[in-house]
Design a binder for this molecule. Structure first.
Ligand code: ATP
Ligand code: MG
Length: 417
């Protein structure tokens, strides 16, 4: 028990971390290219924020949140998603009083009590972006273009962008009734979760993963046929803007985001290469969220992109992430004087930005060479009495075993490239 991580969590070990660094740097670079700024928000918030922001009727709030009472008797919840906190910070800092739009990006841990399986964890990581303040479909096109650019840049071609409109509260109400009427005769055949969704969130039944539910909704009425004029026009606009941006998409009337606050545009980037949990990125417009949380009418649009799923996909497509450049130096020492000189050299090399180590286990020289191999050192420098006398060391290139004699004074220069 003590040596096993909690179910649904995963350690990211040092041999995998280079992938995360690479992906994180790439995402940040693309966000900056698009003029987004990074925001970091707390890992927990008041429970009420998510009840309001994500919505009482969603799967997340109903059954997936990690909620506890802290010692001050406050109800606290570990972030199940990133948007709500970002909205809270936007409101708290009164950013809405500045000229808009506000464009944020972030990486966050998320916690959801779900049944763990491939691509579904209880602690996972998301990249997210949010644009606040713009009602224009240009903002929707911008966040979709950013996600598309990032995925393409990662080398992923085999992924499909699917878009839909989930309407607005006005047209959704009519649709909701039509959908319920359609589902009613088959109510008994819905899965238990969907029976529950029938009243509180019937649109969610459309993207239930259960086969029998999928069969039932096959010919269900679609939101697209119920859009009001304004929502219809917006949907035409987003399609035009994507086409103008040379971004391919398909219209998928079954896409509904799991969160209550979404309006108009909903989209997903879906892959067939990673099994049932194929949605790597999901997002859309949420014109009613900020009002719900802070009583200030500001529209928004954004996405969340699951990093674990992204890595699953990269692995499935055999897309290799470049390993970091190996520039490590191991200083091997023989004898007490050599050790002292080694420490001084180590300090010089490190001051000059050269990644260098001495063996902390005080092994013999053979053991130190073994250690050099273990840490995958690029160069090994041996220092013994002889070297101290001649003030010259041999620098061994571990890849081809070639050796080079280098004066002490020239070492930094020699190892700097
Ligand atoms: P799903 O239908 O797969 O449950 P969702 O609608 O709950 O997804 P969002 O809330 O939109 O997902 O989250 C955005 C992204 O975060 C998802 O597209 C996915 O890549 C990732 N994600 C969501 N839940 C998990 C999880 N439990 N484990 C790992 N990644 C997840
Ligand atoms: Mg979910």
């Amino acid at each position: 028990m003590l040596t096993k991580a909690p179910r649904g969590t995963k350690d990211i070990m040092p041999d995998q971390i280079y992938k995360w660094h690479f992906i994180e740097n790439k995402f940040a670079a693309i966000c900056r290219k698009y003029g987004f700024e990074e925001i970091r928000t707390p890992i927990f918030e008041h429970t009420e924020l998510f009840q309001r922001g994500v919505g009482d009727t969603t799967d997340i709030v109903q059954k997936e949140m990690y909620t506890f009472e802290d010692n001050g008797h406050r109800s606290i919840t570990l972030k199940p998603e990133g948007t709500s906190s970002t909205v809270r910070a936007f409101l708290e800092s009164k950013q809405y009083a500045e000229s808009q739009p506000t464009k944020y990006y972030y990486e966050t841990q998320c916690f959801r009590y779900e049944k763990p399986q491939s691509g579904r964890l209880r602690e996972f990581h998301q990249f997210g972006v949010e644009v606040f303040g713009s009602k224009s479909m240009l903002a929707d096109a911008e966040v979709i273009a950013l996600a598309n650019d990032f995925l393409t840049d990662m080398g992923i071609e085999d992924i499909e962008l699917r878009i839909n409109s989930v309407g607005c509260p006005k047209c959704r109400e009519t649709y909701r009734k039509a959908l319920q009427d359609f589902l009613k005769p088959n109510y008994d055949n819905l899965c238990e979760t969907c029976k529950d969704r029938y009243e509180r969130n019937p649109m969610r039944i459309l993207d239930c993963k259960n086969e029998s539910c999928q069969e039932i909704v096959k010919n269900a009425p679609m939101m697209l046929d119920y859009l009001c004029d304004d929502c219809k026009e917006s949907f035409e606009q987003i399609k035009n803007y994507l086409t103008a941006s040379e971004i391919e998409y398909t219209v998928d009337p079954k896409i509904v985001r799991g969160l209550d606050y979404y309006t108009k545009t909903a989209f997903e980037f879906v892959s067939n290469n990673i099994g049932a949990q194929g949605t790597v990125c999901g997002g859309g417009r949420y014109d009613n969220l900020i009002k719900e949380v802070g009583d200030i009418d500001v529209p928004g649009v954004g996405f969340g992109l699951g990093i674990e799923r992204l890595i699953l996909l990269l692995d499935a497509l055999s897309i290799e992430i470049p390993k970091p450049l190996n520039d490590k130096v191991l200083i091997a020492v023989m004898g007490e004087n050599a050790k002292l000189f080694g420490l001084k050299l180590l300090s010089d090399l490190r001051k000059n930005g050269i990644s260098s180590q001495m063996d902390l286990m005080e092994r013999n020289i053979k053991g130190q060479f073994k250690f050099a191999n273990k840490i995958n050192a690029k160069y090994t420098i041996v220092i013994g009495d002889n070297e101290l006398e001649t003030e010259t060391v041999s620098v061994k290139n571990m890849a081809d075993s070639s050796q080079k004699q280098v004066k002490f004074d020239d070492l930094v220069k020699e190892l700097s490239h």
